[in-house]
Design a protein around this ligand. Structure first.
Ligand code: NAP
Length: 324
C-alpha cells in the first residue's frame, strides 16, 4: 500500500534542503543524466561527473561539470545521483556487483551521504539498494522521472520521490532544481519506482492502441490524420511522438528501456495476482520490435510494428538510425 498517496506536491521554491555548497556526484551521463547534471551545474552546484570513458571528459567539462574516470572522486560527495540504464547498471555502479575493477562508489562513500537514484528500476532493486545503503550508514532516495531528454533539459520533468523523510527533505531543493513538479509518495523508495513503472505501462499501452488504430485506418485506405482522435492526440498528451507521424521515431525512450518498464510492472502485477492481459500483449509487441532490429527506435515505433504486422506497404518506414 502506498501510505502517503495521494502525493504531496512540492513547492520548488522551498529553501529547505541541501545548502548551495553541497558537493554532488553524478553517475550515468547519458541522454538524461547529462541534461540533469548540466542543469545542476548551471544552478552553481559543484557536480563531479563519473564516466567510464576518457573521451567524454572534454564535452562534460564544457557543460560546467567536473568529470572524472575515477569513481573514488565521488567518495566525499554529500549526494550521488545515479541515472543509469537499468537495475544491473545501478547495482554495478553503486556496490560493484559484477565485472573486473567494479568497486562501486557506495563502498567508499562516507556515512550520512545519500544515493539519489533517478533511474527507472524495479521495486525490488530499489528496496535492496535502500537496505544495502542503510548497512553502510548511507541514505537512499528514489526520484523517478517522467519526461524525455528534451524535458530534462528544459527542467520540465515530473519527479516522484520516496525515501526516509529526513533524506527526502535533504534532496528536495536539488530535485526541485530539475523538475517542473515534484511529488513525494512515501517512505519506501520502491514506491516511487512503482509509480514510474505504472506510468510507462499506461503510456506503452496507449501507444500500442494508437499503432493498432493507425494500421487499421491505413488498411482501410484512409489517411490517419483524418481520424480526430489519432490526429489530435487528445487521448494521451505529453509524449512528443504521439503527434509525429513522420516515421522518424527518434529515440526519446528506446524500445529496450520501454520493455524494461513493462517487465517491472508486470512482475509486480503477477506478484500481487493482478492480471494485465493488454499489457502482456504490448510487452510482446516490444519484444517483436527489438527482435526485428528496431531497438534503437523510440517506443512510438509500436505503431511501426503494428504496421508491419498488418503487412502494410512500408510507405513510412524510417531510415535505419545509428544509436545515439
Ligand atoms: N530517455 C528517456 O526518455 C527517459 C525518460 C525517463 C526515464 N529514463 C530512465 O533514465 C535512465 C537513463 O536513461 P538514458 O536514456 O539517459 O540512458 P542512456 O542514454 O543509455 O545513458 C546511460 C548512461 O549510463 C552510463 N552507464 C551505464 N552503465 C554504467 C556503469 N556501470 N557505470 C557508470 N556509467 C554507466 C552509460 O555510459 P557508457 O557510455 O559508459 O556506457 C551512459 O552514459 C534509464 O533508467 C531510463 O529508463 C529515460
Amino acid at each position: 500500500m502506498i501510505d502517503t498517496f495521494p502525493p504531496f506536491a512540492l513547492d520548488a521554491s522551498s529553501t529547505i534542503g541541501l545548502p548551495e555548497q553541497t558537493k554532488i556526484g553524478f553517475v550515468g551521463l547519458g541522454r538524461m543524466g547529462t541534461a540533469l547534471a548540466a542543469n545542476l551545474a548551471a544552478r552553481g552546484r559543484e557536480v563531479i561527473a563519473y564516466v567510464r570513458h576518457p573521451d567524454r571528459i572534454h564535452k562534460l567539462a564544457a557543460l560546467g561539470l567536473t568529470p572524472t574516470t575515477d569513481n573514488a572522486d565521488l567518495f566525499d560527495c554529500d549526494v550521488v545521483v545515479s541515472m543509469l540504464p537499468n537495475d544491473d547498471a545501478v547495482l554495478d555502479a553503486s556496490f560493484g556487483r559484477t565485472g573486473p575493477g567494479g568497486e562501486g562508489f557506495a563502498l567508499g562513500l562516507r556515512r550520512g551521504a545519500i544515493h539519489l537514484s533517478m533511474s527507472t528500476i524495479g521495486t525490488a532493486t530499489a528496496s535492496h539498494l535502500a537496505r544495502e545503503h542503510a548497512r553502510h550508514g548511507q541514505g537512499f532516495v528514489a526520484a523517478s522521472v517522467f519526461g524525455d531528454p528534451d524535458a530534462a533539459k528544459a527542467r520540465q520533468l515530473f519527479i516522484v520521490m520516496a525515501g526516509a523523510p529526513a533524506d527526502v527533505e535533504r534532496c528536495r531543493v536539488l530535485v526541485g532544481d530539475l523538475a517542473h513538479q515534484t511529488f513525494i509518495v512515501g517512505t519506501d523508495p520502491g514506491h516511487a519506482n512503482l509509480i514510474k513503472l505504472l506510468g510507462n505501462m499506461m503510456m506503452a499501452t496507449a501507444l500500442e492502441m494508437r499503432g493498432d488504430s493507425i494500421a487499421l485506418v491505413r488498411k482501410c485506405g484512409l489517411d490517419p490524420k483524418h481520424s480526430p482522435q489519432i490526429g489530435s492526440g487528445t487521448m494521451v498528451g505529453g509524449c512528443a511522438g504521439l503527434h509525429d507521424d513522420s516515421g522518424s521515431y527518434a529515440a526519446g525512450l528506446a524500445l529496450p528501456p520501454a520493455f524494461k518498464g513493462l517487465r517491472g510492472a508486470l512482475a509486480k502485477a503477477a506478484a500481487a495476482a493482478v492480471p494485465m492481459p493488454s499489457v502482456n500483449a504490448v510487452r510482446d509487441r516490444l519484444i517483436a520490435g527489438i527482435a526485428r532490429g528496431n531497438a534503437v527506435l523510440d517506443w512510438t515505433a509500436l505503431s511501426l510494428i503494428a504496421t508491419q504486422e498488418a503487412r502494410i506497404k512500408a510507405a513510412f518506414l524510417p531510415a535505419r538510425r545509428k544509436p545515439s
